[in-house]
Design a protein around this ligand. Structure first.
Ligand code: FEO
Length: 398
């Protein structure tokens, strides 16, 4: 078996799996881990594309040593993105390869100085600039805000490989299979969507611009910085990212609720049951106190309908529901059908706050809205069933 992993005869994969980090960016859970992909283009000049998180430098260095032809060292390091999950090994690597030139754009140069105090060995490139390494011509396309301002992608004209950085990536370690034809993509899709919706989704407009720029480029392989490498069917991942960054939802509903004593929960269950009775088979019922925000955002990105229900807490929306709503707002979610309901005992608040969110005009709000006092009455539950029925009818409209 090969000791190195070839993407093409000249391009090697040098990724590492992270099984250890609990929270990506200290917020998003990683139950299936994450991987950091780096690539080496072996040519007259040797080019490394991105590094890996600093904790994995030892393993990364071993891979580099194994991949480098005898007596050669790294000539160029292309920095597609400066977030430390990719740039974390950069400074130590530069100490070991002091002749290495770092390639990035003007914003990359600022971040190189701010993060690592690196100001020399930096070659600044502009959008569409190229770098000849011998047989290969690398071209750089800036993709601002996908995911940071300095983000860019690198295209190898010779082998038609797109080193895409964060865009087209996903959560999940690589379980032996590196390429799309070696893995069960269905196993990855939920984690790719969770990565997209949690990390990149806020910048969907910019992701759309990046995807449209790539329309005219012939791509044989998409080599992202996270997740599988797409060599059999790169269109698969481009189409998913295209759909998600247009906020295109699937038929189905997320019913997310906050409930302290199971009264508001009864309302949520009445809505969910009604949706199912009306033939909506994809219904995900989430208690916001049990399901991490990360999954709530993912499912909201997947399905066209969202129903939010909350008890009142200190005269306001329940704190975890408030956090969820603010994240939806922050991500500028669009093209969704929305239902809302709430409850209170001695002071109103939850429904009023949800109405404030719904009233911004961005969502298609379906009636009725329902408010229960302490515990839902049969009439309240009938209204919840009606809400489910009306949402199902809206979902079925073409
Ligand atoms: Fe994978 Fe934005 O870093």
């Amino acid at each position: 078996m090969d000791r190195t992993v070839s993407v093409t005869p000249d391009v090697l994969w040098l990724g590492v799996n992270d099984h250890d980090t609990d929270l990506f960016e200290a917020i998003w859970p990683l139950p299936q881990g994450v991987c950091y992909n780096s690539y080496l283009v072996v040519d007259e000049k040797i080019t490394l594309i991105d590094t890996v998180k600093g904790n994995y430098f030892g393993q990364f260095l071993e891979k580099i040593k194994r991949a480098l032809p005898k007596g050669r060292s790294i000539d160029y390091l292309v920095v597609n993105h400066m977030e430390p999950d990719h740039s974390g090994s950069l400074k130590v690597l530069l100490e070991l390869h002091p002749e290495m030139q770092i390639i990035g754009n003007k914003k990359t140069a600022d971040l190189l100085n701010n993060f690592y105090g690196i100001t020399s060995n930096v070659r600044v490139v502009a959008d569409s600039d190229t770098l000849d390494t011998g047989k290969h011509t690398l071209q750089f396309f800036t993709t601002p805000m996908v995911h940071w301002p300095e983000s860019m992608v690198t295209y190898d004209h010779t082998d038609r490989v797109l080193f895409s950085s964060d865009i087209f990536g996903g959560f999940g370690v690589l379980n032996g299979g590196i390429f799309d034809d070696e893995v069960n993509l269905a196993h990855f899709e939920d984690e790719i969507l969770r990565y997209f919706s949690n990390i990149v989704g806020k910048y969907s407009t910019m992701a759309q611009k990046a995807i449209r720029r790539l329309d005219d480029i012939e791509i044989a392989v998409i080599a992202p910085a996270h997740g599988p490498v797409f060599r059999k069917n790169p269109k698969y991942i481009v189409d998913l990212y295209d759909k998600w960054s247009r906020y295109e939802g699937e038929e189905g509903a997320v019913v997310a609720y906050a409930s302290m004593y199971r009264n508001t929960e009864k309302m949520a269950e009445a809505v969910a049951r009604s949706l199912a009775v009306e033939g909506i088979c994809c219904v995900r019922l989430h208690n916001v106190s049990k399901t991490h925000l990360s999954y709530l955002i993912r499912d909201t990105w997947r399905y066209k309908a969202v129903v939010l229900g909350s008890c009142t807490y200190n005269a306001k929306l329940f704190p975890l529901m408030d956090l969820f709503v603010r994240h939806l707002d922050h991500r500028m979610m669009q093209h969704r059908i929305l239902g809302i309901f709430g409850s209170y005992s001695w002071s109103g608040g939850a429904l009023k706050d949800l109405e404030g969110f719904a009233g911004q005009g961005k969502w298609n709000v379906i009636q009725p809205t329902i408010e229960a006092k302490s515990a839902p009455t049969e009439e309240n539950l009938d209204d919840c069933r009606q809400l489910g029925k009306n949402i199902a009818a809206e979902l079925r409209k073409k």
